[in-house]
Design a protein around this ligand. Structure first.
Ligand SMILES: *[C@@H]1O[C@H](CO)[C@@H](O)[C@H](O)[C@H]1NC(C)=O
Ligand SMILES: *[C@@H]1O[C@H](CO)[C@@H](O)[C@H](O)[C@H]1NC(C)=O
Ligand SMILES: *[C@@H]1O[C@H](CO)[C@@H](O)[C@H](O)[C@H]1NC(C)=O
Ligand SMILES: *[C@@H]1O[C@H](CO)[C@@H](O)[C@H](O)[C@H]1NC(C)=O
Ligand SMILES: *[C@@H]1O[C@H](CO)[C@@H](O)[C@H](O)[C@H]1NC(C)=O
Length: 382
């Protein structure tokens, strides 16, 4: 019954965990290759990680209506297209996790995301459009004042709340990075097949504890994923020719009907230690592999159980992605899965704190950075 949503819709929502490979769209992504997720070199801008540099309601005087405009815009757009919510949370995660919350993820010149913009499912487009729409509204009211990095953080906060998650503190005053990423490879993140050690190491590199990592992954209550990212678990787990024994048999059958065996299935990249290139178009060339699966555990339960259903699912071996189910592999994380599954308030508190911490990663504040006029372009290109 937990997966009624899967059988009803050909595509839906779901993941927070998951890794970015150009066609995968979880609300939060995993990053495994530490060397690649290091801060990328930028033209002489130092990075700060001090949340004290930000203030609450930074635009109180310079643009008093900013936060209200962002909130109401997101609400209106969410009503029309609920899929924008996981898209925005994912964008925030990607922005902050890779190189800091500086809106660099929004730049057109970013090859990784440019290629994502061309990817088939519409959901990937929404986040960018939504932010650009809000940005132009704000430019009309207070030109050159509100940074794209702040818009993204505030928009993601609203998105979490709209999908049933807790409200978390988002201080403001971030500035946008003035340089675009030159090297798309620097954006590469590891596969959703990452094991727990890789996941924990990756989050630890950004300062997150195991507990915070488990809490953040609760955002996998919302989002979507593609068959290609877990079909090895259905048909040929680790080259055994059998399904993953850690996958609930009922869920296994449901997922198999959604993701029929494709002849081209090969061992997951994670087991071979490499990940598909961001420029790799082969996924989109194979229709089956690009099928989208809604992993939302929350649809039928309403919004009251954001996160909770995810953790309860893991306890029943219903994590769709290997990396999700891996949270049950060691007590270090499994104890928090159990704790959150049974204590919604504890989860919501921890999740809110971890999200606030995420929004403070490696921020730029004045006089560093700039305030873009369009989120997709740095100022000096005008
Ligand atoms: C990260 O990726 C680089 C380049 O693909 C590779 O040389 C390195 O071994 C990887 N590191 C890890 C920890 O996977
Ligand atoms: C960055 O700025 C500092 C201080 O202005 C300067 O000493 C340093 O040489 C600059 N570094 C680069 C790479 O331009
Ligand atoms: C994308 O959006 C268009 C227009 O909104 C719609 O007709 C189309 O079916 C959508 N495609 C997918 C894969 O959702
Ligand atoms: C986790 O994955 C990494 C990279 O693929 C591998 O080196 C490591 O041995 C794996 N750890 C476990 C416990 O399987
Ligand atoms: C499963 O993976 C193994 C290892 O790559 C491969 O040799 C085997 O042919 C695969 N089995 C199927 C049914 O695809």
């Amino acid at each position: 019954m937990d997966f009624v949503g899967l059988s009803l819709l050909s595509f839906v929502v779901a993941l927070f965990l998951g890794l970015y490979t150009g066609t995968f769209e979880p609300a939060i992504e995993l990053a495994g290759n530490l060397s690649l997720s290091e801060k990328r070199p930028m033209k002489n801008e130092s990075v700060k990680q001090d949340s004290e540099l930000l203030t609450e309601n930074f635009y109180r005087e310079s643009c008093p209506s900013a936060e209200r405009i962002i909130r109401s815009s997101i609400r209106v757009m969410y009503d029309a297209k609920p899929g924008i919510a996981p898209s925005l949370v994912r964008l925030l995660f990607h922005d902050c996790f890779i190189g800091g919350c500086d809106a660099s993820v929004l730049l057109d010149t970013d090859k990784a995301f440019a290629s994502e913009k061309e990817a088939p499912p519409n959901l990937s487009l929404k986040g960018f459009d939504v932010l650009e729409t809000i940005k132009s509204k704000l430019e009309n009211v207070c030109p050159g004042v509100v940074s794209c990095a702040d818009i993204l953080a505030l928009a993601a906060r609203e998105s979490v709340q709209l999908t049933g998650g807790p409200r978390f503190l988002v201080k403001t005053g971030r500035r946008d990075r003035t340089t675009a990423l030159k090297d798309a490879a620097g954006r590469e993140l590891p596969a959703p097949q990452a094991n727990l050690s890789v996941v924990l190491r990756s989050f630890a590199s950004k300062g997150f504890t195991a507990r915070e990592t488990v809490a953040l992954l609760g955002a996998h209550s919302i989002g979507i994923t593609h068959c290609e990212f877990f079909e090895d678990r259905l048909y040929n787990f680790s080259g055994t020719g059998k399904p993953d024994p850690e996958l609930n048999p009922v869920l296994l059958q449901e997922l198999k009907t959604k993701c029929p065996f494709s002849a081209s299935i090969s061992p997951p990249s994670a087991t071979t230690g490499s990940t598909p290139s961001l420029d790799d178009k082969t996924y989109t060339a194979v229709p089956l592999k690009s099928m989208v699966i809604d992993l939302s555990f929350n649809n039928e339960g309403g919004q009251a159980d954001f996160g909770i259903r995810y953790y309860r699912g893991l306890m029943q071996k219903k994590g769709v992605m290997f990396a999700d189910q891996q949270l049950m592999a060691k007590d270090e994380t499994a104890r928090w899965v159990r704790a959150y599954a049974h204590d919604s308030q504890r989860f919501r508190k921890d999740f809110a704190k971890a999200m606030t911490k995420l929004t403070n990663l490696q921020i730029l504040t004045a006089p560093l950075g700039e305030v873009r006029k369009q989120c997709s372009k740095v100022l000096n290109t005008f």
